[in-house]
Design a protein around this ligand. Structure first.
Ligand code: C5P
Length: 396
């Protein structure tokens, strides 16, 4: 998929720079034409000779390099590129790009680019969580910069938390997804994600522990595959994937209304949300007081089943359901697919999925079972989207 693709691999000054060597190797092995540009700090961590040997091309780090004939290196070196990938992207480098600073070769190449830019951030957890870094991240996303990672885990500094760069193979998978044929081009995909919140009184709610990560990954993967994606999201603290239209809802009823409105014009509906099955029948308008030791009864009534409604629509979209089970995955998944009359169902165990960045998924359709294996939610989402694309009617 990467054969002949012209990529500029930028390396900023972070200890994860040593992993960029493996990334360069993977890209070259996949047939890409990789040109490497390093910041001065990066050259202190890994030598340019390493990247020269891996990419079979000269490595660039100096804005004043006299090897570029017309002294326009800051423009020339990225002009013929189809994608710039900076891995690792340090906190400093993200700040520079977010503000359009161009005081060395790599940052200048980013500001002068015509092609898309992908950053794989890598830094200490405190640097990642710093308000300025998070602000810059928001700016970069709004500017359409593609962000790969970071993930949580052990860090070279000895601390643990978010800021770890994705593994080279995962970054390479993101680059492949960028170049992959847009199998959902021209398709409208509607995705629900996250939990819903059902009020009991003005301060209390019934909800569940869904983080929304799987649904957001599915929305991103569908967008990468060229679809026009609308994401109807319950309350979560996640950033909207680039290029995705997001509608925030709170209750199952609100989610139902938002989906009902958009389902008729959608080609695909992927229902990842953990919709609350029940809501309080008569939510109190005032805060309910303590009952002084007496038991309290809460009367519940069923919420609408959004997915079953859409799956039952005449000429409705192609429907994909999710089943999160705590046991007997196979049995429950098959039953759910049959009851809701779904062409495709993705099943996972809650123990594997809830709140985590990884998951294990098995798909069920008319042809049988298709295990997608275990991996990052985004990787699994890409496989799911690929499977959906293969099931849609082909244009003549
Ligand atoms: O809750 P349940 O296991 O039935 O969820 C299976 C599928 O149905 C999921 O895709 C979920 O998003 C969807 N669902 C829904 N509306 C509900 C309950 C579940 O759309 N009220």
């Amino acid at each position: 998929m990467l054969k002949g693709k012209r990529i500029l691999l930028g390396i900023a000054g972070g200890i994860a720079a040593y992993k960029a060597a493996m990334l360069a190797r993977l890209l070259v092995r996949a047939g890409a034409d990789v040109r490497v540009a390093m910041t001065e700090a990066a050259t202190r961590l890994v030598t340019p000779v390493t990247f020269q040997a891996l990419s079979n091309q000269p490595v660039w780090s100096d804005l004043w390099d006299q090897r570029v004939p017309d002294a326009m290196g800051h423009i020339e070196l990225s002009r013929d590129r189809e994608l710039i990938v900076v891995a690792p992207a340090s906190a400093d480098f993200m700040a520079k790009v977010a503000h359009g600073l161009a005081d060395d070769l790599l940052s200048t190449l980013c500001v002068a680019r015509r092609c898309p830019l992908m950053l794989a951030p890598a830094m200490n957890v405190e640097m990642w969580e710093n308000a300025a870094t998070q602000r810059n991240l928001g700016v970069l996303r709004d500017d359409g910069v593609l962000i790969e990672g970071p993930v949580a885990g052990d860090q070279a500094c000895g601390e643990t938390g978010y800021g770890r760069m994705l593994e080279p193979a995962q970054i390479a998978a993101g680059i492949e997804a960028f170049f992959a044929p847009k199998r959902l081009a021209g398709k409208r995909v509607l995705v629900t994600a996250g939990p819903t919140e059902e009020p009991i009184d003005p301060v209390r709610v019934l909800t569940n522990a869904s983080s929304g990560k799987m649904g957001y990954a599915v929305a991103r993967a569908a967008q990468e595959a060229g679809a026009e994606v609308t994401l109807v999201s319950g309350p979560v603290s996640l950033a909207t994937p680039a290029g995705v239209a997001r509608i925030d809802v709170r209750t199952a009823q609100e989610m139902f209304e938002a989906v009902k409105k958009r389902a008729p014009s959608s080609d695909v509906f992927i229902s990842v949300a953990a919709v609350a099955d029940y809501k309080a029948k008569n939510p109190s308008t005032q805060k309910i007081k303590k009952a002084n030791g007496r038991p309290v009864t809460l009367e519940l009534e069923e919420n609408p089943d959004i997915l079953a409604y859409v799956a039952g629509m005449k000429n409705g979209p192609f429907c994909v359901g999710f089943a999160a089970e705590s046991e007997k995955l196979d049995q429950h998944a098959k039953e759910k697919r049959a009851t809701k009359n779904l062409p495709l169902l993705a099943a996972n165990l809650v123990q594997d999925a809830l709140g985590a960045d990884t998951n294990s998924i098995v798909l069920y359709d008319d042809r049988g079972e298709h295990p997608l294996g275990t991996g990052a939610k985004l990787e699994l989402a890409r496989k799911l989207v690929e499977h959906v694309a293969g099931m849609l009617p082909q244009k003549k």
